[in-house]
Design a protein around this ligand. Structure first.
Ligand code: IFM
Length: 447
């Protein structure tokens, strides 16, 4: 089979997030997060599932790291649970929380796996939500203090930091559509949340520089690759609008361009402006070391003058994954090419990419062909984008193991390792074996 190689220095990893895998929500002094609270409310999560046990990683992290090493992972991206460190979001430090991440990091380093830590992957301390959450400007300053604490305590051993995971999802699905915690539906609040998330990112980057730890820091955004549905000029314009509202809204301020004019005007017209104060845009544009790219699929775009935003998505034409996303192997390479060109060839890490595929075990074997075929396609596209000049330093498959998929509970599986939620047995799937081989050979077979 033809084979495509990645650069020698390319890093191969896997990603997870605290609330999705750890469990132990009330153990060792941890405070509650907005997800602990949301999961107790009827109707918020499919099947009434909660993250109370999840993958029990809090107790099984040693075995999990051993499995990562067995698969050959070179780097592991996890998130730190803010309320495990600061039960009320600020104030008294929970030493046992710090100790957990310290032991995890030591275990990773001993196994030769580089840690990459995300400061915020959606589990805001409920105590901060009670004070206004991300709609309150204060939360941005609390976030920078929380970051400073982690840099001081773990910064010598963690060389790569991500401020936020997918601010768009926190803002949009948590505060406009309301299907994720904290479950608010208000465009004015959404605008405040967007601005405060970005401001907190900039403050946390500044704090990292001040800490002088010498590693890398960046931000990870949620993306989709937008494609015009046809060649009509209005479709091209609509595609640019979709990019403004989804991609540029979060990337432009980080790269010093402020908010896209189209989005700013839309928000003002709706009476939901971004609460920008003097100097904020400079803080948000604090220089980062890399851009984190999360991407799973593509969306074809059409003009729609009946919608305030001026665009809509065309119906899917490709087969769908178990998440209902189009199985579009070219989406990763296309988006990386786009974002690389748009922002002047930044250093990129693909911090999440993967496939939802619920193929179950048969006689103890999980033969997840749909996942592994699409993964191969994604990687071939990524190699091509690198060949075209994108500066991509690494790839983290989402996810290391099946886990709590937010409002969809345990009904959707993204892991390359199967989690048996009854027994907590881990079964590496066929895709894990293929991914191991990709890592070992430093490249991928072209399907
Ligand atoms: O599980 C999520 C993750 O928490 C954020 N990015 C997308 C993943 C799959 O939906």
């Amino acid at each position: 089979m033809p084979f495509v190689s990645f650069p020698e220095s390319f890093e191969w990893g896997a990603a997870t997030a605290a609330y999705q895998i750890e469990g132990a929500p009330r153990e060792d002094g941890k405070g509650l997060s907005i997800w602990d609270v949301a999961c107790q409310q009827p109707g918020r999560v499919l099947g009434g599932d909660t993250g109370d046990v999840a993958c029990d990683h809090y107790h099984r992290y040693r075995e999990d790291v051993a499995l990562m090493a067995e698969l050959g992972l070179q780097t592991y991206r996890f998130s730190v649970s803010w309320p495990r460190i600061l039960p009320f979001g600020f104030g008294d430090v929970n030493e046992k929380g710090i100790d957990f991440y310290s032991r995890l990091v030591d275990e990773l380093l001993a196994a030769g796996i580089q840690p990459c830590a995300t400061l915020y992957h959606w589990d805001l301390p409920q105590a901060l939500q009670d004070l206004g959450g991300w709609a309150s400007r204060d939360t941005a300053y609390r976030f920078a203090d929380y970051g400073t604490l982690l840099y001081e305590r773990l910064g010598d051993r963690i060389p790569r930091w991500i401020t936020h995971n997918e601010a768009r999802i926190t803002a949009d699905l948590g505060h406009r559509v309301g299907i994720l915690a904290p479950g608010i539906r208000d465009l004015g609040i959404t605008a405040r949340v967007i601005h405060h998330l970005l401001l907190s990112h900039g403050l946390a980057v500044q704090a990292y520089r001040a800490a002088g730890k010498g590693g890398e820091i960046g931000i990870t955004h949620a993306n989709t690759s937008f494609e015009p549905d046809d060649d009509a000029p209005e479709t091209t314009r609509a595609t640019e609008l979709a990019r403004d509202f989804h991609t540029r809204l979060y990337h432009d301020p980080v790269y010093g361009r402020g908010y896209p004019e189209t989005v700013r005007r839309y928000h003002e017209k709706q009476g939901a402006p971004f609460p920008v104060q003097d100097g904020d845009l400079e803080v948000i544009a604090a220089e980062t070391d890399f851009l984190g790219v999360n991407i799973y699929s593509r969306n074809r775009v059409l003009a729609d003058s009946d919608r305030g935003v001026g665009y809509r998505y065309a119906p899917a034409t490709l087969p769908l994954t178990d998440m209902g996303y189009e199985a579009a192997p070219h989406a990763l390479g296309d988006f990386v090419r786009f974002v690389s060109k748009e922002y002047g060839r930044p250093r990129i890490y693909v911090t999440e990419n993967g496939v939802c595929d619920n193929t179950p075990p048969v006689n103890g074997v999980v033969d997840d062909q749909p996942r592994l075929e699409l993964l191969r396609g994604f990687l071939v596209g990524l190699a091509e984008a690198i060949g075209d000049g994108a500066d991509v330093g690494g790839y983290y498959v989402w996810s290391f193991l099946d886990n709590f998929e937010w409002a969809l509970g345990y009904s959707r599986r993204f892991g390359v390792v199967w989690t048996d939620y009854e027994t907590q047995e881990r079964i590496p799937k066929a895709s894990a074996r293929v991914y191991s081989e990709v890592i070992r050979r430093g490249g991928v077979e072209i399907p």
